[in-house]
Write a protein that binds this ligand. Structure first.
Ligand SMILES: NC(=O)C1=CN([C@@H]2O[C@H](COP(=O)(O)OP(=O)(O)OC[C@H]3O[C@@H](n4cnc5c(N)ncnc54)[C@H](OP(=O)(O)O)[C@@H]3O)[C@@H](O)[C@H]2O)C=CC1
Ligand SMILES: N[C@@H](CCO)C(=O)O
Length: 437
């Protein structure tokens, strides 16, 4: 470990959007960072794939190290910052080697933490080192610190929010301009907040990485990414956005987690899915790449964390905040309590969950179709709160969108199973849950 009267010396692996942001931030705010940290934070070594690439920052003050293993073992490095990405591969090797070599470790890599966070936390804990990942969840929002420190005295009942800036950008642009999905996605990629593989964003995987991390910190449970139920936004049509609006809702990709005790033993519910959110709810007004996380504490009440969920500067802000913590000597457990105290909960089943649901179906425009749908719903014990049928298209199809009264989720499954063989149904129905207040 480093001597706290000397600068905290860091090695930076990854010089892309976030890596360059970190260099710029440390340069721009050097004086205030030093005063807050109690000592300077100095970059001593850097690495990326391509040494000769122009990154718009001067790298000559720093030692270039092609060999990341050497970076992890360098005697003049106190903390390693990983901004490469990827759940495995070089990022994971660097994490293991850095902690093994006695270096504190900071990362923005939610994929790696979601998959390997328990192992890395155990490594860090065994050596009394810091493993920090504020930037991994919701970019520039200090939500990890908020939950880990500010809300540490609470039992968190539920945590949910908008965890992917790319999806929120796409959904709010579709909502505002009626633009189509592919066009808006291209925009998000150009702006630098989409993942290297944007399928991670639009299919909900990136939000699921973040949700699994939030759940572990919120509930004192072991990270269980594999148990997150995941859905994305690919199948959302402009018509869904319009119908949701007409029914008093906006569509947001949400991650939602809670400990479910309704069936006797506690289990962990984690879901990422597009939800309909009442226009009166604060999350309905979160637009663009902004993220927002709601945590409901049993003493604090509802907490809302909101801000930029991605981008060079906001994400760098979180990375450097972690470095300030390390410079101050803060090396507490990565998941807010020692690893052996984290509960291991089984994944919750969702069939008994009660809520309202949005259903959109493309159907053949012929007599009796609505009766067929409502009969399937009646048999499943599901009742309709509101329903819209759009005028038939030239191809003879009609779009039906409805919101059900609150019912068990398994009633939706039964309804769709009953309708699945029907030749009235054209294409796959779209199911979206409605966020309960
Ligand atoms: N962008 C954002 O807004 C946010 C990103 N994150 C996370 O931060 C991390 C970095 O993201 P971002 O900056 O956007 O990514 P970029 O793709 O912009 O940058 C990745 C960097 O890693 C380097 N790199 C890739 N592979 C290797 C390798 N094998 N060896 C050495 N260097 C390598 C690249 O080198 P080269 O430049 O030479 O190709 C590049 O400098 C990811 O984990 C991401 O999920 C988290 C929150 C927000
Ligand atoms: N691709 C992510 C970056 C921040 O984690 C997003 O769009 O939110």
């Amino acid at each position: 470990m480093s001597d706290h009267s000397n600068p905290l010396r860091i090695a930076l692996a990854g010089l892309g959007t976030v890596g360059v942001g970190v260099i710029q931030l440390i340069e721009a705010n050097r004086e205030i960072i030093t005063r807050r940290a109690g000592r300077a934070i100095e970059i001593v070594a850097v690495t990326a794939r391509e040494r000769s690439k122009d990154r718009g920052v001067d790298l000559t003050p720093y030692r270039w190290m092609d060999d990341m293993t050497a970076m992890a073992g360098a005697a003049d490095v106190d903390a390693v910052v990983e901004l490469i990405g990827g759940s495995d591969g070089p990022a994971l090797t660097l994490a293991r080697e850095s902690l093994d070599s006695g270096k504190c470790f900071v990362t923005a890599n939610k994929a790696m933490i979601a998959h390997h966070g328990m192992e890395l936390a155990a490594l860090a804990e065994a050596k009394g080192l810091a493993l920090k990942y504020e930037a991994a969840v919701a970019g520039g929002i200090p939500v990890i610190k908020g939950l880990r420190e500010g809300a540490a005295a609470n039992r968190i009942e539920r945590v949910y929010g908008i965890l992917n800036g790319t999806c929120n950008y796409i959904l709010s642009a579709m909502e505002k301009d009626g633009r189509d999905f592919a066009d808006v996605l291209k925009d998000a990629q150009e702006k630098g907040f989409a993942e290297a593989d944007p399928a991670f964003d639009i299919d909900g995987v990136d939000a699921a990485h973040k949700l699994a991390i939030l759940a572990a910190i919120s509930f004192g449970t072991q990270l269980d990414f594999d148990a997150v139920e995941i859905g994305g936004i690919r199948k959302i049509m402009a018509a869904d956005i319009a119908q949701a609006k007409a029914l008093g809702y906006r569509i947001r990709l949400l991650g939602l987690a809670e400990v479910d005790g309704s069936n006797g033993d506690a289990s962990l519910f984690q879901r990422v899915h597009p939800y309909l959110v009442r226009t009166s709810h604060p999350l309905a007004h979160v637009t663009g790449p902004t993220n927002a996380v709601v945590a409901e504490g049993n003493f604090s009440g509802r907490l809302l964390f909101q801000g930029a969920g991605a981008g060079d500067k906001p994400t760098a802000s979180s990375v450097v905040a972690d470095l300030v913590d390390i410079a101050r000597g803060e090396t507490g457990p990565a998941f807010a309590m020692p690893g052996h105290m984290l509960d291991k909960l089984p994944p919750a089943k969702s069939g008994h969950r009660i809520g309202k649901t949005y259903l959109r179906m493309l159907v053949a425009d012929k007599p009796g179709v609505l009766a067929e749908i409502t009969a399937a719903m009646r048999d499943a014990g599901l009742s309709i709160e509101s329903l819209i049928q759009q005028e038939a298209s030239d191809d003879g199809s009609a779009l039906i969108a409805m919101v059900t009264h609150a019912g068990q989720e398994k009633a939706i499954t039964h309804t769709l199973a009953a309708l699945s063989g029907s030749d009235s149904m054209l294409g796959e129905p779209m199911v979206m849950h409605i966020l309960g207040e």
